[in-house]
Design a protein around this ligand. Structure first.
Ligand code: FES
Ligand code: FES
Length: 169
């Protein structure tokens, strides 16, 4: 039987949290499913699978993107960072993660990986981001538990720290 093009698996190679990764993916395989089911990186969560909830957000070449709106084959040659890549090299929480703990910015934690990723991009690009900018970014994420107050407090805490350290905004 002839293999249909839609069923053919393609080799993909990319960088994931600083390490080279390779695997095989059918053209229709979502990147979120590739991460979770093909290579066992389950830190990236999947909620709606249609771009609405933000749970699956990852950084692709430094930009926050919905992994459920990307096909795995599109990631060939790209640089990807997921929530598993946020901690310090020695395993300690990074400053944003520690601020989430300090400000009780999570309850069930389902939304947390995606929110950490989007705030990572924001606070890297705009270290002194104000509350309006933080709320703007959080508007792309659904959290059913926290009411967002702790999340905003954590982000403002890091923005203030980075502003004091002389980061640009
Ligand atoms: S699972 Fe991707 S945005 Fe909801
Ligand atoms: S902490 Fe439960 S959905 Fe955000």
């Amino acid at each position: 039987m002839r293999l249909l093009e839609a069923d053919a698996r393609h080799r993909i190679r990319f960088t994931l949290n600083g390490r080279a990764v390779e695997g095989w993916a059918e053209p229709r395989l979502l990147f979120s499913d590739f991460l979770r089911h093909e290579i066992g990186h389950t830190g990236t969560h999947v909620g709606c699978e249609h771009g609405a909830c933000g749970a699956c957000t990852v950084l692709v070449d430094g930009k926050a993107m919905r992994a459920c709106l990307l096909y795995a084959v599109q990631l060939d040659g790209r640089d990807v960072r997921t929530v598993e890549g946020l901690a310090e090299a020695d395993g300690r929480l990074n400053d944003l993660q520690a601020a989430f703990r300090k400000h009780h910015a999570l309850q069930c934690g389902f939304c947390t990986p995606g929110i950490l990723i989007s705030l990572t991009q924001l606070l890297d690009e705009e270290p002194g981001a104000d509350e309006a900018r933080i709320r703007d970014v959080l508007s792309g994420h659904l959290c059913r538990c926290t009411g967002y107050h702790g999340i905003i407090a954590a982000a403002l805490d890091i923005a203030a720290t980075r502003r004091a350290a002389g980061g640009k905004d």
